[in-house]
Design a protein around this ligand. Structure first.
Ligand SMILES: Nc1ncnc2c1ncn2[C@@H]1O[C@H](COP(=O)(O)OP(=O)(O)OP(=O)(O)O)[C@@H](O)[C@H]1O
Ligand SMILES: [Mg+2]
Length: 352
């Protein structure tokens, strides 16, 4: 461009936040006749490197090898009809990094038959980076959700196995031993007055003890009252068996099975800990559901100093609660009693 108008035009074009160019496709060689300085902020090379009769660099060579053919064929195949065409590709910057460029161009045939491209190229790297970030975050989010779901499934599968084991013990070994006990009772009556009677009595005693131990074992694996009668009943049984007075406040309403199981094991472990370490005079169990949150709290007036990470009991509870989207809190100041609190958000009700 020559003359004042072209200087003025160049000055205008220099203010555009994208590189404006005019290049010749035919006859070869490919030549950039004009390009604004914005070229240097996109690619990191001065515009003058690409122009003149013996240019130091060629723009197509800057195009990323994976995008080069696509860019070239888009430009070559676009009709020279004055319409605007678009192509997006990467260029390799002077510093070695890639820049994404959106090129809008139109092809024109000059009076002498030569073929020209007039265009503007915008640096759209930020948009691509944001898009890449969004895709990465979505993938991470999906992965985190999958991990959360699989944690919940693992806990649920473990609970199901416990329930099955408890049922097998109840319907299998316990029933057989009960039948044996009834048979021995009959045998004892029949053996009355003979030398065998005390032996039968002894066998009955062992059998009763074995049965009691088996019942205890089954209860530890999974208490049948929990599935059959619900959390309130099962917690009552735990409180009765504790070696100190335990006040219980548990609503009668049934909660989701995974939640009842998690709360049951929270109360069982916390009450066992109270009995083992707290030196307390009383404990209190409160289960409540309010504002979409279910909480189970076990407090005692003992020595405090509990640690949620010292043993496997409280840590295991925290894992179990987190697997169903909840959490475990432990407040236990030295000498100030202990509060163990499980919190689990309830799923919002479905429907209007
Ligand atoms: N109510 C409590 N009062 C005082 N100290 C407690 C209480 N509960 C727990 N602790 C302390 O916190 C520690 C951690 O308890 P946690 O239940 O995690 O493990 P543990 O009972 O030692 O082992 P596990 O439960 O696996 O048998 C206990 O060792 C105990 O020192
Ligand atoms: Mg414990």
């Amino acid at each position: 461009m020559t003359g004042d108008r072209s200087v003025e035009l160049e000055s205008f074009l220099g203010t555009v936040p994208g590189m404006i160019y005019r290049s010749r496709l035919e006859p070869p060689p490919y030549t950039i006749e004009f390009v604004t300085d914005e070229m240097s902020s996109i690619a990191g090379y001065p515009a003058s490197d690409f122009t003149g009769s013996a240019p130091k660099r060629s723009w197509p060579e800057l195009v990323h090898p994976d995008d080069r053919e696509r860019m070239r064929s888009t430009v070559r195949s676009a009709p020279a009809d004055g319409e605007i065409h678009e192509v997006e590709y990467r260029v390799q910057r002077a510093d070695g990094s890639d820049a994404w460029v959106l090129s809008r161009f139109r092809k024109l045939v000059a009076d002498d038959g030569s073929l020209w491209v007039h265009g503007a190229a915008l640096d759209v790297t930020a948009r691509h980076d944001a898009e890449d970030l969004r895709i990465r975050l979505e993938a991470e989010h999906a992965r985190a959700e999958a991990v959360e779901e699989s944690r919940a499934r693992i806990v649920e599968a473990g609970d199901e196995a416990r329930r099955r084991l408890e049922r097998d013990l109840h319907d299998g070994a316990q029933q057989s031993l009960l039948v044996a006990l009834l048979t021995l009772r009959r045998a004892k009556r029949e053996a009355e007055g003979t030398d065998a009677a005390p032996l039968v009595g002894q066998a009955m005693g062992h059998l009763e003890q074995g049965l009691a131990e088996l019942r205890e074992l089954a209860r530890g694996i999974h208490p049948s009252q929990l599935s059959e009668q619900g959390l309130a009943e099962a917690v009552e049984r735990l409180a009765e068996r504790a070696p100190l007075p335990v006040e219980v406040e548990v609503p009668e309403e049934r909660l989701p099975q995974s939640l009842e199981t998690a709360f049951y094991f929270t109360v069982a472990e916390a009450l066992t800990n109270v009995a083992k370490y707290a030196n307390a005079t009383q404990a209190c169990v409160t289960v409540a559901v309010a504002d979409g949150l279910a909480t189970a709290e076990v407090s005692d007036d003992g020595c405090g100093g509990a640690s949620a990470t010292a043993g496997s009991g409280l840590r295991g509870l925290a894992d179990r609660l987190e697997a169903i989207g909840g959490s475990l809190e432990v407040e236990s100041p030295e000498g100030g009693g202990t509060v163990v609190r499980a919190c689990v958000p309830l799923d919002p009700p479905v429907g209007p």
